[in-house]
Write a protein of this length. Structure first.
Length: 256
């Protein structure tokens, strides 16, 4: 009888432990939707098989960094250089950033102009792209395309993608005032895929995910890092996830 009670107690304890593990809170990551599309989403199922449950909040680089600085998440995803991501967080309303921020870069991504699949324009120079996105060139016929007014589809303020395009393509100039701002790169790709007059600028992973609906246009060589930021060295579940992302098994799943 005593043995039976002990056995039942052991089984109950084991059941409680399993239940606790099964309902453990996921690792929350906030930040770049480009990182989400290219890195996090493709590996989520495999990460779960490895015992890492991830929840990604695609709120943009600046907002993700703000949430990290304010202690709301333990890791932020960014699609820009660390210093520029910190500046984006400040613009989003964050206070002073900790001095010991640590960025773990997972991959370098090519930035690409995208147009509707039916658009026949094959190549654009940096000068042409700057003229398009600042509103100086307004019709596709000026570039050898159809007689259609150009529709600009751009990232919202605080986006890492926006910062990269502003610095590396526009030379610090502002996007045209009539540009259509969307919250995520994936939303930009959807919008370009439905509008024959539209053009956007996204990471190659996002463009690959929308292949068939949008077409990449050959443009200047523009790269940016995709990675994750922690306060201090990553530890615990964050380190486990970042270590997993650097395995061959994970890398072959990335969209880049």
């Amino acid at each position: 009888m005593i043995f039976q009670r002990v056995s039942l107690a052991i089984l109950a304890s084991a059941s409680l432990i399993c239940s606790t593990l099964a309902h453990a809170a996921p690792l929350e990551i906030a930040g770049s939707s480009s990182v989400q599309k290219s890195i996090v989403d493709p590996v989520t199922a495999k990460a779960r098989d490895a015992g890492i449950d991830v929840k990604m909040l695609g709120v943009g680089t600046g907002k993700g960094m703000q949430m990290l600085i304010e202690g709301k998440v333990s890791v932020a995803a960014i699609s820009d250089e660390l210093a520029d991501a910190v500046n984006a967080a400040k613009k989003a309303g964050a206070g002073s950033a900790p001095a010991n921020l640590k960025m773990t870069t997972i991959l370098k991504e090519q930035m690409v102009p995208i147009v509707h699949a039916d658009n026949k324009v094959a190549e654009l120079t940096k000068d042409q792209l700057r003229a398009i996105f600042t509103g100086k060139t307004t019709n596709w016929k000026e570039l050898g395309g159809a007689d259609l007014p150009i529709v600009l589809v751009v990232p919202a303020a605080g986006s890492g993608t926006r910062g990269v395009v502003e610095r590396q393509v526009l030379g610090g100039a502002a996007f045209a005032a009539n540009a259509k701002e969307l919250r995520t790169s994936a939303a930009e790709a959807v919008e370009v895929g439905r509008d024959k007059a539209a053009i956007g600028y996204v990471g190659s992973g996002t463009a690959e995910g929308a292949k068939g609906k949008v077409r990449e246009v050959k443009g200047p060589d523009v790269h940016r890092p995709l990675g994750f930021v922690t306060v201090g060295e990553p530890s615990g579940e964050v380190k486990k996830f970042l270590d997993f992302l650097q395995t061959a098994e994970a890398k072959k799943l990335f969209l880049d």
